[in-house]
Write a new protein. Sequence first.
Length: 293
Amino acid sequence: MKTSKLTRLFSTAAVLAAATVPAAAQEEADTGVFGVEGLGASVSLDVVSQYIFRGYELEDEGLIFQPGASLSLGLTDTEDFTVGAYVGAWQSLHSTPTGAGGDSPGSWFESDLYAGVTLEAGYFSFDLGYIGYFYPSDAFSEIHEIVLTVGFDDSEFLGDWAFSPYIMYAQEIENDNGDENAYLEIGGELGFDLQEEFDLPFSVALPVVAGFSIDTYYLDATGSEEFFGFLSVGAIGTISMSELVGTEDFVGAWDLYGGVTLFLLNAEAAGLKDGTDNDSFNVVGSIGLSREW
């Protein structure tokens, strides 16, 4: 899911950016975006070699540009718990008109809107959100989901080897393409800041994600349910742009990241394997820029 992917990228970037943010930007972060206390913002600009969503390969040709932006607001922050809210938008723009209808803007494949609330208490975090998937290209009809994500902070127990595991349940509440399905995702991420260990100005993240069908999300050719959908393992490196160019004057607190993700797809699940060569393995490259305020 796009939001979980962006969350992982932003959290990885933030590890390094926290140490390199200019004083003016740090002051802005303390006071909040637009002077609103507790208000934060993030922007991402990604280019990927393939667009794979929960194991489904949606496009593997041409330029695939995926920008996103979000706003977050801290509502309550006490010693026992923290409550927040967020809204955002995410796009997938393709040079190849993926499944485009006759009069549609063929290159504008997808436009997602999302919002939610978060709660952090002790070692656990909870995120209850809504996602609307819209397709200006007319490749699909719109889909609406309610998503619940529960995360566990294991850094106190595992230190540098913390995996930050999470489990996510997504329930479609409207799907004009057919039945309203349910999806389960389990994942986590190892993160390493190489600044202290090797004096290298970047960090590395190793995300691992597995997707499963709870209610007809993955089916075989006969229409029977396939529980396992996909497993992905990635390696993403992030570097502060100010470290890369040697000055903060022009690039501020922007971060550059890139990496590869290997997808192992369930070859028995209809629609997951490549329709041309039935390849159950896909390697996706990505590069992008992000910033948080």
